[in-house]
Design a protein around this ligand. Structure first.
Ligand code: CUA
Length: 362
């Protein structure tokens, strides 16, 4: 798609601004091609995104029509009836014209219907997909400040990385564990609130994998879009769209228990007993503790690209910083600071256990 040069220029400026140093170590990767930009909404790559875009298109045409029918006569009248300096009285007043009154009542009502009908159509199309047995179920739970993703049919629980098979109808069931968040993958279409005690749905068909050779599937940035507290700006996730085979490999391995190989990982495994009230790693004692846990499931943590809901790269150094004092990376983080509770050695051990033992060979 041909794009105006000014857009590329603005995009590169915003890229520079975002790449500047902050507590957020991971700058957004901004593609030089506008239509590939991570939060670009003007290409409907899912059916839902295309529907929304169509309604936007109709709305924009109506708005342009309204603007022109108001602005052009106004400009003409300003020029045609401008004061020439010799006026002695008010111009002839215009009131009580029933034909004009009818026109400017009926016309806006018609314009509203032109917008409303396709909008209703999209809303009904969404709700018609409820309960479709072909839907692939994904449960989305917002937490301050991270995202939990559950695949009830596959028995998978993960966090901050949403893995999806390509070209598949998905039923996202969206809710929250604490305050109101908003689930949004800009390139997929719209957003919807994650509200505690309420279940919202998004139905969409995932796009086809566009770059099949890219390791780990195509990825799309997601973000919380409802101000939800101190680290709202850092409440991000990544959505990965895989080929069906690649997704099956991911799903098959996602809940495999950790492989504890080195002596350091073994020591870390012992330290992890202090973490299991809040975190679960499938196949370990931590999974035997009943009830809901505060922190993300770490079963496949080793395969995640980032930590802290996509705030920093998933490296041992960043893990160390995170365990020591996660609120340095994510202000207001609910995780206890382990500085003074665990020794540096213990932090290193548990970091290597959580990060290395949980990495699945896909
Ligand atoms: Cu969660 Cu903003």
């Amino acid at each position: 798609m041909k794009k105006p040069a000014i857009f590329s220029f603005l995009l590169s400026l915003s890229g520079l601004a975002l790449a500047s140093k902050s507590f957020d170590e991971k700058p957004y990767t901004l593609s030089t091609s506008l239509s590939d930009a991570p939060m670009y909404t003007l290409v409907g790559i899912t059916d839902w995104g295309a529907d929304i875009l169509r309604v936007y298109g109709i709305t924009t045409l109506v708005l342009v029509f309204v603007f022109l029918t108001v602005a052009l006569p106004t400009l003409y009248a300003l020029w045609r009836f401008r004061a020439k300096g010799n006026e002695t009285e008010l111009p002839k007043q215009f009131t009580g014209n029933h034909v004009m009154e009818l026109i400017w009542t009926i016309l806006p009502v018609m314009l509203l219907f032109i917008i409303a009908i396709p909008t209703w159509e999209v809303i009904f199309k969404q709700s018609n997909r409820a309960g479709d047995p072909n839907n692939f179920q994904v449960k989305v739970i917002g937490h301050q400040w991270w995202w939990e993703f559950q695949y009830p049919d596959l028995g998978i629980t993960t966090a901050n990385e949403l893995h999806l098979p390509e070209n598949t109808p998905i039923d996202f069931t969206i809710t929250s564990d604490d305050v109101i968040h908003s689930f949004y993958v800009p390139r997929f279409g719209g957003k919807i609130d994650a509200i505690p005690g309420v279940t919202n749905h998004i139905y969409l068909t995932t796009p086809k994998v566009m770059v099949p050779h890219k390791l780990g599937g195509d990825f799309y940035q997601g973000h919380c879009l409802e101000l939800c507290g101190q680290s709202h700006a850092l409440m991000r996730f990544e959505a990965f769209v895989h080929t069906k085979q690649e997704f099956d490999v991911w799903a098959k391995n996602a809940m495999n228990p950790p492989q504890v190989l080195s002596a350091q990982e073994k020591r870390g495994e012992a330290v992890f007993s202090q973490c299991q009230a809040c975190h679960t790693i499938a196949g370990t004692d931590s999974a035997k503790i009943p009830g809901k846990k505060m922190g993300p499931d770490l079963t496949n943590f080793g395969n995640r690209r980032y930590l802290g809901a996509t705030t920093r790269e998933n490296t041992l150094d960043n893990m160390h910083l995170w365990i020591k004092n996660s609120s340095q990376i994510k202000p207001g983080s609910r995780m206890t600071s382990f500085e003074g509770i665990l020794s540096d050695q213990q932090i290193e051990d548990v970091a290597s256990y959580v990060r290395i033992s949980t990495a699945k060979k896909l």
